[in-house]
Design a protein around this ligand. Structure first.
Ligand code: FAD
Length: 271
């Protein structure tokens, strides 16, 4: 957590967006940070959805899509953010401190929700980089453990320090009283680091091909099977494109809020 060193920065009222105060900030490394804001009473969302977040711009608020990392029942809205050095929003957002205000969109939305998936027994959450964020929301929601027997998170990053929430996830969310028992029995964490030494260092596709993802304590076949498995993808365009093609070739159908299916996707960023 950072120590506040200046007075909070308050922002002008805006008709299109709400203002919310930052409650904490946690920097993971020079590329990543997390922060939380107060949750306005009017904000309703389903675990896995995203919302617009922003700061004042030259003429109007500068807004970007952000997955909500906290679960639907939480009092705060938590986010995991990239720091893009010359990024219009994140070059400034990375400076926020407790008490500062940010703009918040009024209507969270998205497809990485349980409602967009058909019932199944194993849920695979495949993320690169900040694509982890919506899965943190889902993994902290008791409803997910009620719907699926086992939930596997595969998180691929370049460097060890990019493994945000590593300790929490490695402990199977043991500090979270609401879901600790369920997570201990049902949650499997598979982190992988592609550009530094780590126990897993292959990309997600290779970890699926070589069976690492399906190793005990996971039960069931050592392959993705549309009869029993459901998949959520969040990350880079390349990862999503490759997996969506692979899943469709294996008989999985893409789901949406209107038509639930076997897998759902969301780009963690455009580019
Ligand atoms: C549905 C959706 C959900 C999103 N959720 C998140 C989230 O939870 N956390 C988050 O940090 N970003 C998320 N993003 C990206 C976010 O909207 C912004 O792009 C990001 O905050 C950078 O804003 P910027 O104005 O600084 O730079 P931008 O002008 O938006 O982007 C500058 C460059 O940085 C790259 N970039 C942007 N975001 C990322 C990222 N997350 N990881 C790696 N490279 C990136 C872009 O490809 C681009 O080349 C999401 C985007 C979408 C569409």
């Amino acid at each position: 957590m950072t120590v506040t060193t200046r007075p909070p920065v308050l922002i002008p009222d805006n008709v299109a967006f709400m203002s919310a105060a930052v409650t904490w900030v946690r920097h993971w490394n020079e590329h990543l940070f997390s922060f939380a804001i107060e949750r306005p009473a009017s904000v309703r969302f389903r675990s896995g959805e995203f919302v617009m977040i922003g700061l004042p711009g030259d003429t109007k608020p500068l807004m970007r899509a952000y997955s909500i990392a906290s679960p639907a029942y939480a009092d705060e809205l938590e986010f995991l953010s990239i720091k893009v050095a010359d990024g219009p929003l994140t070059s400034r957002l990375q400076q926020i401190q407790t008490g500062d205000q940010v703009y918040l969109g009024k209507k969270p939305t998205g497809t990485l929700v349980c409602d967009a998936l058909l019932p199944g027994s194993r849920l695979f959450l495949l993320a690169t980089g900040t694509g982890l964020a919506p899965f943190l929301s889902l993994l902290r929601d008791p409803d997910v453990y009620a719907r699926f027997d086992q939930i596997v998170l595969v998180h691929s990053v370049r460097r060890v320090s990019d493994l945000a929430y590593y300790e929490e996830l490695e402990s199977q969310l043991a500090e979270d009283p609401l879901i600790a028992d369920e997570a201990k029995a049902q949650f499997v964490y598979v982190p992988t680091v592609t550009q530094e030494q780590f126990r897993n260092h292959k990309r997600i596709g290779a970890l699926i091909d070589d069976g690492t993802v399906f190793a005990a304590p996971l039960k069931g076949p050592a392959k993705l099977d549309p009869a029993t498995d459901r998949v959520m993808l969040c990350g880079s365009n390349a990862m999503i494109r490759d997996f969506a093609e692979l899943l469709e070739a294996t008989g999985f159908t893409e789901g949406s809020n209107a038509n639930p299916g076997d897998f759902v996707i969301e780009r963690a960023f455009v580019g």
